[in-house]
Design a protein around this ligand. Structure first.
Ligand SMILES: [Zn+2]
Length: 290
C-alpha cells in the first residue's frame, strides 16, 4: 500500500467512524423523541394518534383504558363503539363502583390497521396481538373486533379484554353489559361465578372459595349484607365447577346480561357486582389512582 493509499484508507475509516457516530446520535435522538412522544401518550407505533375519549388527569394518577379497534373503517367508528360500551345506560360507567369513580379513569381509543388476520386462526392472532400495541401507559387494553365472531373473554394477568361485535350482535340494551363483566375480570381479577366444566377449576380471591369454610373466612363478616340476589351468603358453583363457593346468588360476574328494563331479557332483581366484588374493585381503584 502506498502512502497515498494508506492516507485514503485512514480518511475513509475516519469518515466511517464520524458517520457511525452521527447515525448513532441521530438514532438516539429519534428514539428518545419517540419515547417522549409515547410518554406524552399521544403517539402509538407508526405515528398513529391515540384519541382521548376522556382524560381526567396524568397517567400515573389514573387507570388508563385503551380501546383498540381492529381494522375499523375509521377512528370515529372505534370511538363510537367505545363510547357505547362505556356511557350507554347499561354501560361500564353505569355500574358501581365504576360510576362513583368515573373521574379516576382515562379513556383512549386507537384504530389498529394491519392487525393480524383473525379469519383463519383467531387464537394465534389474539395471542400475539397485545404485544403489537405499544402504549405502555395503558393499564388495560380492550380489543374490539367488528368483523370476527368469537366469545368475548378477558386475560386478567395481562389486563386484556377481547370483544367480538358479531358475537355481541346488533346494538341492544344488554350489549354494554359485557364490558362491565370483562373489565371486572381485568381490573379486579374477579372470577366468573358460573359453572362450565370445560373451563377447568379455577377458584381464587375475592369471590370463588374452594370450600364453605374458606368462603366464611373470606367474606363471613359481610354475611346477609345486600339485597335480593345480591345478598351475601354461600352459594355453590363458581369459576367453573359446582364445588366452589360464590358470595351471591347472582351478579354481573354470573349473568351480565340481566338488565332491569330490557324487554327481551329476564327482568331480574339484582343489578351489580355485589359487595364482595365491588369492594375488591374499590380497593384496586383507590390504591392505584387519585
Ligand atoms: Zn367472565
Amino acid at each position: 500500500m502506498t502512502l497515498k493509499q494508506s492516507k485514503i484508507v485512514k480518511i475513509t475509516i475516519a469518515l466511517l467512524i464520524i458517520s457511525s457516530v452521527f447515525y448513532l446520535l441521530v438514532s438516539i435522538f429519534i428514539s428518545s423523541r419517540k419515547q417522549a412522544q409515547a410518554a406524552e401518550g399521544r403517539t402509538i407505533q407508526g405515528n398513529c394518534s391515540v384519541r382521548a375519549i376522556k382524560e381526567n388527569g396524568p397517567f400515573s394518577d389514573k387507570i388508563d383504558i385503551l380501546f383498540v379497534g381492529i381494522s375499523y373503517d375509521s377512528d370515529a367508528d372505534v370511538e363510537r363503539d367505545a363510547r357505547m360500551l362505556l356511557y350507554s345506560p347499561n354501560g361500564f360507567f353505569s355500574e358501581e363502583p365504576f360510576k362513583s369513580y368515573e373521574s379516576r379513569f382515562n379513556i383512549w381509543a386507537f384504530n389498529f390497521i394491519g392487525a393480524p388476520d383473525t379469519t383463519m386462526n383467531v387464537q394465534s392472532a389474539l395471542a400475539t396481538l397485545h404485544t403489537s400495541i405499544i402504549f405502555p401507559q395503558a393499564d388495560h387494553k380492550v380489543f374490539m373486533f367488528p368483523k370476527d365472531d368469537f366469545r368475548p373473554f378477558a386475560i386478567p394477568v395481562l389486563n386484556l379484554v377481547y370483544l367480538s361485535f358479531p358475537f355481541m350482535g346488533v346494538f341492544t340494551e344488554d350489549l354494554p353489559r359485557i364490558i362491565v363483566h370483562e373489565l371486572g375480570h381485568s381490573i379486579g381479577s374477579i372470577k366468573d361465578e358460573y359453572v362450565e366444566k370445560a373451563l377447568g377449576d379455577r377458584p381464587g380471591r375475592p369471590n370463588c372459595a374452594r370450600s364453605e369454610s374458606q368462603a366464611r373466612s373470606w367474606w363471613g363478616s359481610y354475611e346477609n349484607q345486600g339485597e335480593g340476589k345480591l345478598k351475601v351468603g354461600y352459594y355453590v358453583g363458581c369459576s367453573y365447577v359446582e364445588n366452589n363457593i360464590r358470595p351471591t346468588e347472582n351478579s354481573v360476574m354470573n349473568d351480565p346480561y340481566c338488565v332491569l328494563s330490557a324487554p327481551d331479557y329476564d327482568v331480574c332483581d339484582y343489578y351489580g357486582f355485589g359487595i364482595i366484588n365491588a369492594n375488591k374493585l374499590k380497593e384496586v381503584i383507590e390504591s392505584s389512582t387519585k
